[in-house]
Ligand binder design. Structure first.
Ligand SMILES: N[C@@H](CCC(=O)N[C@@H](CS)C(=O)NCC(=O)O)C(=O)O
Length: 255
């Protein structure tokens, strides 16, 4: 196929001089289409998607959403949960960050983020679900509770972290030598957890208790694609503080 060699817009896998497979280029470019991400800069489910798109070198438009005044576009694109992130690919929405990660991996094949082996894929999905259902929620509980309740909540969160510590022990990344789907799912621990700790005035990821997990957060944050797209910590702190104040005002108004 005779096409102009406009190499700038394609990933490095297609940059080898004289070895360009133009059919593949056309195929990938057609799949790229128009990609939009509805999100907020301080949200970690959104960060997962930004990281994946950057790892895949997919061009996208970021549309910042005001969660206190949701846009008609968000309500139309995610009418069930009304939450960000939503990936809009050629006008079709995909919601839920872990689902979006899989969609991205299946749509843009180069630089795969999920393991190839079906069992390893299933295992990665299991732990990602565990992270959202157990680790994120227990950390949030620890952040928001007080007194005796807080002690219990910290203990519960740390019991959950124990499982991740065992998974990462002896490995650089959850994905092995490269960051993958599970690293992106757990990526919130590299910054958002610090913000929760600050807001909740507590320490959950104690390096002495979780040496491998703590080291992983440092390794993860050093990856350029991750590092360059992290929001400032103080923004995330005010994001969580704002969310917490809002929830407290709702429950105060109820009683
Ligand atoms: N399970 C969802 C969680 C998404 C989520 O909680 N998004 C928050 C921002 S971090 C949101 O949109 N909140 C608005 C709301 O709850 O009304 C995912 O992984 O995408």
């Amino acid at each position: 196929m005779n096409l102009p060699r406009n190499r700038g817009s394609f990933g490095p896998h297609l940059l080898i001089e004289d070895e360009v497979d133009w059919d593949q280029v056309v195929q990938i470019n057609t799949r790229i289409g128009e990609v939009k991400l509805l999100g907020t800069q301080s949200s970690f489910p959104c960060a997962r998607i930004i990281w994946a798109l950057k790892l895949k070198q997919v061009q996208y438009e970021f549309i910042e959403e005001d969660l206190f005044n949701k846009s008609p576009l968000l309500l139309k694109m995610n009418p069930i949960y009304k939450k960000v992130p939503v990936l809009i690919h050629n006008d079709k929405p995909v919601a839920e960050s872990l689902v979006i990660l899989e969609y991205i991996d299946e749509t843009w094949k180069p630089n795969p983020i999920l393991p190839e082996d079906p069992y390893e894929r299933a295992t990665a999905r299991f732990w990602a679900k565990f992270v959202d259902e157990k680790c994120v929620l227990s950390s949030w509980e620890a952040m928001k509770s007080e007194g005796e309740e807080k002690k219990k909540a910290i203990d519960t969160a740390q019991q959950m972290f124990e499982h991740l510590e065992k998974q990462i022990k002896g490995k650089k990344y959850f994905g092995g030598e490269q960051i993958g789907y599970l690293d992106l799912a757990i990526g919130w621990m590299s910054l958002w957890l610090n913000a929760m700790e600050e807001v909740g005035q507590m320490k959950l990821l104690v390096p002495e208790k979780f040496p491998s997990l703590s080291e992983w957060t440092h390794n993860f944050i050093r990856v350029p694609v991750i590092h360059e797209s992290l929001p400032p910590l103080e923004n995330v702190v005010s994001y969580f503080q704002g969310g917490l104040d809002y929830l407290r005002s709702l429950s105060a108004n109820k009683s």
